[in-house]
Design a protein around this ligand. Structure first.
Ligand SMILES: *Cc1c(COP(=O)(O)O)cnc(C)c1O
Length: 475
């Protein structure tokens, strides 16, 4: 077996292997440990020299699926609470398979009217879901980090224009550093985007009035005045340790008063807009100049999925559209060339899983899911408060509970090491996944239940396993 052409009449064969295994795998996800380290030995079966004569598609895919379903981190199941990680709804996963099946070149309208139209439609649906103005432009990206790149590239073009420079054409040379201000809630990916854009990750200045990172509006106001408004304000909707958010409307007022650019990082927090219980947190986001969110977190579509929305649809094309190559047709109404609006050139039809899941569950289904997660997180917070050996460190906000293990008799200066050991023990145990983070200088757990499968029983198990393992790592 060597030439793929030999298999052209049997192309469905390897897909049938995946389809056959998919049902049992997905149905068994909830019962599996999140990670079984004894399975890591199977990874050797992926290794070895580059085959000269191949195995053929069915044999190769059978091996991949056998190793994969056993050795994967089953992070799309209901008890993966390490970092902010979503799963994939049944409809989203099937939509993603469809994107692979059709293998569209989704950069240009010409190569795939299907992908272009689907992207236009899902961007419109998402704006509606989040309460963003229909007039906003947008583009799908592989992640929130790349959505930051899209939004902040628009900001950078706007900012450089105020110095009379077309930065897409000329670059940044000769310009001063672009002032970027945020609170202490800012996510590291914003700095990464600034680093990618040549603005420098350390040019971002934070204005915090406490060690939880909450914004110092007065200090930011003064600093903005000194820039004459030629600055970018980054507001954070959903911080990864506690779910805390900046007062978006206050930052919108500030940006508006100074004529600065407002960028909102709502990677997962933008979903607060879906429930009347939390919509107030997102109020003001409709006044932003650019907004970032993720699909592969709370929307529960497969990796890689993010979105960037911008107030001025022309901003994205000014930042990304200047290819000048004659074979690339222009955008024209519905005939949008999405590779002119974002950092990618060739790209997949990542609108399809988003389309499938929004079509399948609708606004009401997503609202129900988000509200279930709010309840699950609140339940977790209550369990932590009720446990004598656990300490809740911040009010539960959105979908995150931030706490640490604090059994009686352990001195404060031993707690960080103790919690780090407990985090390691939890990951090694594998039944529930939640590692540690640092919050206000403390080593903490900050599980974020936002997988569509997760229910109260899953966070009950988290608390149960933590309290079972705790005494085993005491010194
Ligand atoms: C996850 C996250 C990001 C980065 O998202 P990626 O999709 O991993 O690039 C940015 N901001 C916040 C608040 C996040 O939680």
């Amino acid at each position: 077996m060597s030439d793929p052409l030999d298999e052209r009449d049997r192309a469905g064969g390897p897909l049938a292997v995946v389809a056959r295994e998919a049902g049992p795998y997905l149905d068994g996800l909830a019962a599996r440990p999140v990670h079984d380290r004894s399975m890591d030995a199977l990874l050797d079966e992926l290794d070895g020299p580059l085959p000269a004569a191949g195995d053929g598609a069915v044999a190769a895919v059978e091996r991949l699926v056998r190793v994969g379903t056993a050795a994967a981190t089953h992070s799309s199941g209901p008890r993966f609470f390490h970092f902010v990680v979503g799963g994939s709804t049944p409809a989203a996963m099937a939509g993603d398979w469809t994107a692979s099946l059709l293998d569209q070149a989704a950069g240009l309208w010409l190569t795939s009217p299907l992908a272009a139209r689907a992207e236009t439609v899902v961007l419109r649906w998402l704006k509606e879901l989040f309460g963003l103005p229909a007039s906003f432009g947008g583009v799908l990206t592989p992640s929130a980090t790349l959505a930051h790149v899209a939004g902040l590239a628009s900001a950078r073009s706007w900012w450089a224009e105020r110095y009379g420079v077309d930065v897409a054409s000329r670059g940044l040379s000769g310009l001063p550093a672009m002032p970027v201000f945020s609170s202490g809630l800012v996510h590291v990916s914003t700095r990464k985007a600034l680093q990618i854009l040549g603005c420098g990750r350390d040019t971002l200045r934070t204005f915090a009035r406490d060690d939880a990172g909450r914004v110092d509006l007065a200090a930011m106001d003064e600093a903005l005045a000194r820039t004459g408004g030629r600055a970018v304000v980054v507001a954070n909707l959903g911080e990864v340790n506690t779910g805390d958010s900046d007062p978006i409307a206050d930052l919108a007022d500030l940006a508006e008063r100074h004529g600065a650019w407002l960028h909102v990082d709502g990677a997962f927090g933008l979903f607060a807009a879906l429930s009347p219980r939390t919509a107030h947190l997102a109020r003001g986001v409709e006044r932003a100049d650019s907004v970032t969110a993720d699909g592969h977190k709370w929307l529960n579509v497969p990796y890689e999925s993010g979105f960037s929305f911008v107030r001025d649809p022309g901003g994205l094309s000014r930042a990304f559209g200047a290819w000048g190559a004659a074979y690339l047709p222009d955008a024209d109404g519905e005939r949008v060339n999405y590779n002119m609006l974002g950092p990618e050139s060739s790209r997949r039809a990542r609108a399809l899983p988003i389309w499938a899941t929004l079509r399948a569950y609708g606004r009401d289904g997503y609202r129900q899911m988000v509200e279930r997660h709010l309840d699950v997180a609140a339940h977790l917070g209550a369990l932590v408060e009720a446990a004598p050996d656990l300490e809740l460190l911040a009010p539960v906000q959105l979908c995150i509970a931030c706490f640490r293990y604090r059994p009686e008799g352990v001195p404060e200066d031993r707690l960080d090491a103790l919690n780090a050991r407990l985090g390691e023990a939890l990951l090694a145990d594998g039944r529930v996944y939640a590692g540690t983070s640092t919050y206000r200088g403390m080593t903490v757990f900050r599980p974020a239940p936002l997988n569509w499968r997760t229910t109260k029983a899953d966070v009950e198990q988290l608390v149960h396993v933590l309290r079972e393992l705790g005494p085993t790592v005491l010194e």
